[in-house]
Design a protein. Structure first.
Length: 549
C-alpha cells in the first residue's frame, strides 16, 4: 500500500508541474488539457469546467473529460431554478465535497436528472475565481462506489482550479495582445494613439493579479510565470531562478498578515516543502527593492517523490490589496447603518422602561407601554437580522473566533428562552463541547432556532433541545411539536426572505431572514445546518460545528 500511495503522490506532483508549465493562451485548449490531466491524476471518471452565465441563472459546461472513453464533452446546462440548493452551496462554500452525492443535502436534488443517469455517486466541486468573483466550478464526478474524498484530493483539486483561473487570465492577455497588434498595424502613423493603446495594454497586463512559482526540495525556485516576471522587471529570467533565501533578500519576502517577518519555520514555501499544505493563507508580500507592501492570499502544495520524500512545492499567490481595502469600506458602511438603525430603538426601549418603573402609573397605562416594548423588541430582532444579512453579503466580516464551550452557549440561550416564552424548554443532559466560534453569532443562531420553535408551536407546548459530540463535530438539535413545514416548501426553507407559512388562516410574524442568516453563520464556521419536518407533527433543526482539537 505504501508504494501505491507514493506512486499516486508522484503522479499528482508531475501533474501539477505539467499544469504549471502548460501553455494557457488558448483557454479552450488549456481546459481540454487541464480536465484530462486532472481526471488521470485524481483518478475520477469525469472532470468538467462549468461557468456561470452573466445573470448567474445557469451553469454551462465549457469542457468535460470522460476518463473511461477518453472523450470530451461540452454544452450541457444546469438551471439554478431546478437546483437551488446546489447553486446556493456553490455560492456559499469553500468547496462542495460530497462523498455520497445522491443523499448529500447540497447535491441530492441533482440525483434523478443528472447523477443517476450518469452513474455518479461522489462529487468534489471546487470554485473557480476570477478577479475576486466566483465565475464557475471545477466538478469532479466519481462513478461506481461512493468515494470518500481525502484532504490531499481536495488540495490537489483546489490547485487545479487555481490553474483554470490562470488559464482564463492568460487567454485574456493573449486577446489584449492581439488587439494591440492589430491597432499598431492599422494606425502606425498615429503615434500618440498608438502610445495610448500601448498604455491600455500595459494596464490590462498589470491588472492580472496571480502568480505561480515552483520550488525544488532544496528551496530553489525552478519556475516563475509571466506575472512574476512583469512584477520584477529589473530581474532577468535566469536571475529569478535562485534560492528562496535570495528571493527574500532581493525580490519578494512573504510575511505575516501584519507585515512582520516570519521565522524560518513559518515561511509559506518552506512549510510546503516540509510537507504541510497551506490553503489561501493571508499574508503580506514585501518587495525589498521598493519597500512596497502588498496584501496577498497564498496557497502552497507540497510535492513528493516516488518514495514519499519531499520534492519541492507549488506556490500560488493572489494580490488582494484592493479587495481588502474595499472590504474595510464596506465594514464601515455596515457599522454606520447599524448605529443609525439602533439609536431610535434604544430611545424607545429606554423611555418605555422608565415609564414602567415610575411609581403611581396605573395598570391601564402599563398595558400599552408593555405592548410598545414587545413591538420594539420585534423591530430590534428584525434590525439585527437585517444588519447580520448585510454583514454576511456585503462585508463577510471575519469571525471573532475564540475557544468556547458550545454547551454553555446553548444552556444560556435555553435559560433566556424559558424566562421569556410561554413554552416549556427542556434541555437534555450533555457534556462540554469545545469549539472555536464567534460566541455572539452562534448565540444568534440559537435564538433563531428557539424563537422559530416557539412561534410555530401551540402555547404551553414543549421544545426539546439536545447536544452531542458526533464524528468530530458538536451537534445541536432543537425540536418542536408544532405545525411543521409542508413538503413542497422544505427545499426553499433556507432561502433569503422565504416564508413557508404565508397566506394561511394563522398569521406568523417575520420577514424570512432568520434561518437564512443562521445557516450562513454556521457555514462561515465550517459547519452544517439541516432539518427534518412533517406537516402537522413538528420540526427538528440541527446544526454542527467542528470540535476544537
Amino acid at each position: 500500500m505504501g508504494a501505491e500511495i507514493s506512486w499516486e503522490q508522484h503522479c499528482r506532483n508531475m501533474a501539477l508541474l505539467t499544469l504549471a508549465r502548460l501553455e494557457k493562451s488558448d483557454v479552450g485548449q488549456a481546459l481540454r488539457s487541464i480536465t484530462e490531466i486532472d481526471a488521470k491524476a485524481l483518478g475520477v471518471d469525469r472532470v468538467g469546467a462549468w461557468f456561470f452565465t452573466p445573470d448567474r441563472r445557469e451553469l454551462v459546461l465549457a469542457e468535460q473529460f470522460l476518463l473511461t472513453t477518453g472523450e470530451h464533452e461540452r454544452g450541457a446546462r444546469l438551471l439554478a431554478s431546478d437546483y437551488p440548493m446546489y447553486f446556493a452551496a456553490l455560492e456559499s462554500s469553500r468547496m462542495v465535497s460530497a462523498s455520497r452525492a445522491r443523499t448529500d443535502l447540497r447535491t441530492r436534488e441533482l440525483c434523478a436528472s443528472y447523477l443517476e443517469p450518469n452513474g455518479i455517486h461522489s462529487m468534489l466541486d471546487v470554485p473557480i475565481w476570477l478577479g475576486g468573483a466566483l465565475v464557475g466550478v471545477l466538478c469532479h464526478e466519481h462513478c461506481g462506489r461512493p468515494r470518500d474524498w481525502t484532504h490531499d484530493d481536495e488540495a490537489f483539486a483546489a490547485n487545479v482550479a487555481d490553474m483554470v483561473t490562470t488559464a482564463i487570465e492568460a487567454s485574456e492577455r493573449t486577446k489584449a495582445e492581439q488587439q494591440l497588434h492589430h491597432l499598431i498595424e492599422e494606425q502606425r502613423a498615429l503615434a500618440a494613439q498608438a502610445r495610448r493603446r500601448t498604455a491600455e495594454w500595459e494596464a490590462v497586463m498589470e491588472s492580472v493579479g496571480e502568480a505561480v512559482m515552483v520550488l525544488d526540495a532544496n528551496a530553489h525556485v525552478i519556475f516563475v510565470n509571466a506575472f512574476i516576471r512583469q512584477k520584477l522587471p529589473w530581474a532577468g529570467r535566469d536571475e529569478l531562478l535562485a534560492p528562496w533565501s535570495a528571493w527574500r533578500e532581493r525580490f519578494i519576502d512573504l510575511r505575516d498578515a501584519s507585515g512582520e517577518p516570519l521565522p524560518p519555520d513559518r515561511q509559506i514555501p518552506l512549510l510546503a516543502i516540509g510537507g504541510e499544505a497551506v490553503r489561501k493563507a493571508e499574508a503580506t508580500a514585501y518587495f525589498p527593492r521598493t519597500g512596497e507592501l502588498r496584501q496577498i492570499r497564498a496557497s502552497a502544495t507540497p510535492l513528493f517523490g516516488p518514495q514519499g520524500e519531499s520534492a519541492g512545492a507549488v506556490i500560488v499567490i493572489v494580490d488582494v490589496t484592493e479587495q481588502r481595502h474595499f472590504e474595510r469600506l464596506k465594514d464601515e458602511f455596515v457599522d454606520a447603518a447599524a448605529h443609525e438603525l439602533r439609536t431610535p430603538i434604544a430611545v424607545l426601549k429606554g423611555y418605555s422602561d422608565v415609564l414602567l418603573r415610575l411609581e403611581g402609573v396605573p395598570e391601564t397605562m402599563k398595558k400599552p407601554v408593555k405592548a410598545i416594548q414587545r413591538g420594539v423588541a420585534r423591530i430590534e430582532d428584525i434590525v439585527d437580522r437585517l444588519i447580520e444579512t448585510m454583514r454576511l453579503e456585503l462585508s463577510e466580516r471575519a469571525l471573532g473566533q475564540e475557544s468556547v464551550d458550545l454547551r454553555q452557549v446553548v444552556e444560556s440561550s435555553v435559560a433566556s428562552a424559558a424566562e421569556m416564552g410561554a413554552h416549556r424548554v427542556v434541555l437534555a443532559p450533555g457534556g462540554p463541547l469545545p469549539v472555536r466560534c464567534d460566541r455572539g453569532r452562534i448565540g444568534l443562531v440559537m435564538r433563531t432556532l428557539l424563537s422559530n420553535a416557539a412561534k410555530f408551536s401551540p402555547a404551553g407546548g414543549v421544545i426539546e433541545v439536545s447536544t452531542e459530540s458526533r464524528e468530530g463535530e458538536a451537534v445541536v438539535s432543537v425540536r418542536d411539536y408544532g405545525v411543521g413545514i409542508p413538503a413542497d416548501k422544505q427545499p426553499h426553507i433556507f432561502e433569503r426572505f422565504y416564508r413557508a407559512h404565508v397566506g394561511g388562516d394563522q398569521h406568523y410574524s417575520g420577514i424570512g431572514l432568520g434561518l437564512y442568516v443562521a445557516r450562513e453563520v454556521v457555514l462561515l464556521h465550517g459547519g452544517r445546518m439541516w432539518f427534518e419536518s412533517e406537516e402537522g407533527r413538528g420540526s427538528t433543526f440541527h446544526f454542527s460545528l467542528p470540535l476544537e482539537k
